[in-house]
Design a protein around this ligand. Structure first.
Ligand code: ZN
Ligand code: ZN
Length: 85
């Protein structure tokens, strides 16, 4: 998992552990700790907004697109499976 990094798909801004997103219920938390799910009301946010005042672009992107290196990881996993069979 070490080759996975989190960055905005549109502007490459990288959030830090201390960054917070606000849910429509008012709760604030780091959305990447929970895969986009609010820990308080359990609302699942399919899209994640880039934080403008922290240096981002303020645009919304699908949460999954923020995880860089995921495609490569899946390819690696498939390769391992292929070599087993
Ligand atoms: Zn919530
Ligand atoms: Zn951005």
């Amino acid at each position: 998992m070490s080759n996975i990094k989190i960055a905005c798909p549109k502007c490459d801004w990288e959030p830090e552990a201390s960054d917070r997103w606000q849910c429509s219920c008012g709760h604030t938390w780091n959305t990447f700790d929970t895969g986009g799910t609010c820990p308080k009301c359990k609302k699942r946010w399919k899209d994640t907004q880039c934080i403008g005042w922290r240096g981002g672009c303020n645009q919304w992107s699908p949460h999954i697109d923020w995880y860089r290196g995921l495609d490569e990881l899946i390819k690696e996993l498939l390769k391992v499976e292929e070599s087993v069979f």
